[in-house]
Design a protein around this ligand. Structure first.
Ligand code: G6P
Length: 366
């Protein structure tokens, strides 16, 4: 392995820092400004095949599954094709209905996760059309799928996935754009998305520059035993991934919840010892998310908002800001401060960041 730590204290930090470059690599040669679309050559599907797709299902484990949820939202938004994500492990055990008009996307950084590989094999046995979204070229999932999109994130060593997650989301934005543009996504909308994608690397770099502020927030809340991560719609997979990052590397119990579901149970847990990280994209649900923060505050819960919106002064106890882009890409940017937050909570608690207890980088056994 010639992938070295260099100036960095651990691989997670290095891999977070590499995200602007990783996204640049994922985009390179794939955006088409002239036709306002993206091309993913490895898919080996022509527009006729693309138009035949009636449903898209994303399958993956852990972080890859949450990235799949972002993918499903993007496909529904941009291509108006019904889409969802499911843990690959559940899929393979539940005798799934495999539909010939569905495009299945098997997502895996390593390409070696046994549950994901087994889901692909099950799909192939039942005649499903499955493509890979894989980082490691030549890996088992990539070989088994035979076609797909490589993530081009570069080597990822830290157990907690960061740049691979980001490149999964970016790749799914390109897939959704492509699927959209052979349907009824307008050229104007496609053009906006192409230039929005091109802005991502610099925007991610600017979020990484807020490290000092995120670290201060992390230190303030690192003593908490539990944290909620709250989001709705575009913010929901972001909240899930944020909770995953925090629990895996800091061992702080983190639970993600859909904002509107809080009132059906979890609100009972809110008190001064239970901080909530609320994901607040500047979209048509902004007022709803502000209402969610007010509900939590009214019960004495501290709130950390992750947002690209201008929130009323004093609404949240801490605000982690990201730049604005096209709203469809908000999840990509809103996830970055949550990686940083988890990182700094874990480091304040003195955890072994790259090798959390009981976890493996890729799980190749049952
Ligand atoms: C393990 C890792 C996670 C990862 C998951 C899926 O649980 O600890 O970070 O998200 O496997 O890995 P994959 O290589 O398939 O993306």
């Amino acid at each position: 392995e010639d992938y070295q730590l260099g100036e960095f204290p651990d691989f997670m930090r290095k891999e977070m820092a590499e995200q602007p470059e990783a996204v640049r690599r994922a985009l390179r040669g794939r955006l088409d400004s002239r036709f306002a679309t993206a091309h993913l050559g490895g898919l080996r599907l022509d527009p006729r095949d693309l138009r035949a797709v009636r449903r898209v299902k994303f399958l993956g484990c852990g972080t890859a599954y949450y990235a799949g949820q972002i993918g499903a939202n993007l496909v529904e938004e941009l291509a108006r094709i019904p889409a969802d994500a499911e843990p690959a492990s559940e899929f393979r055990y539940r005798n799934p209905v495999v539909d010939p008009d569905t495009l299945y996307v098997a997502i895996s950084q390593s390409g070696e996760t046994l549950d994901t590989l087994a889901a692909v094999q099950e799909l192939k046995r039942k005649g499903g059309k499955v493509i890979g979204a894989v980082n490691v070229v030549g890996s088992a999932v990539a070989r088994e799928c035979g076609s797909g999109v490589f993530l081009h994130a570069g080597p990822e060593v830290s157990v907690a996935s960061t740049k691979a997650f980001t490149n999964m989301a970016v790749s799914f934005a390109m897939l959704a754009l492509w699927l959209g543009r052979v349907r009824d996504l307008s050229a104007a909308h496609g053009t906006r998305l192409v230039s929005a994608l091109q802005q991502l690397p610099d925007q991610i770099a600017s979020i990484l520059e807020t490290d000092y502020e995120v670290a201060a927030v992390a230190r303030k809340y690192a003593h908490a035993s539990h944290m909620f991560f709250i989001g709705r719609v575009r913010g929901w997979p972001v909240a899930r991934e944020g909770a995953q990052k925090l629990k895996e590397i800091s061992y702080v119990h983190a639970e993600a919840y859909q904002a509107a579901e809080l009132k059906h149970g979890p609100l009972a847990l809110i008190d001064a010892q239970m901080p909530s990280v609320v994901v607040v994209p500047r979209d048509e649900l902004l007022a709803k998310n502000i209402g969610t923060i007010e509900q939590i505050k009214a019960r004495g819960g501290p709130v950390i908002a992750v947002t690209n919106a201008d929130l009323p002064d004093g609404l949240a106890d801490a605000v982690l800001r990201v730049p604005r882009n096209e709203p469809e890409l908000d999840p990509v940017l809103l996830t970055i401060p949550l990686q940083m937050l988890a990182y700094h909570v874990a480091s304040a608690l003195g955890r072994d960041i790259d090798k959390p207890r009981n976890l493996a980088k890729s799980v190749t056994v049952e």
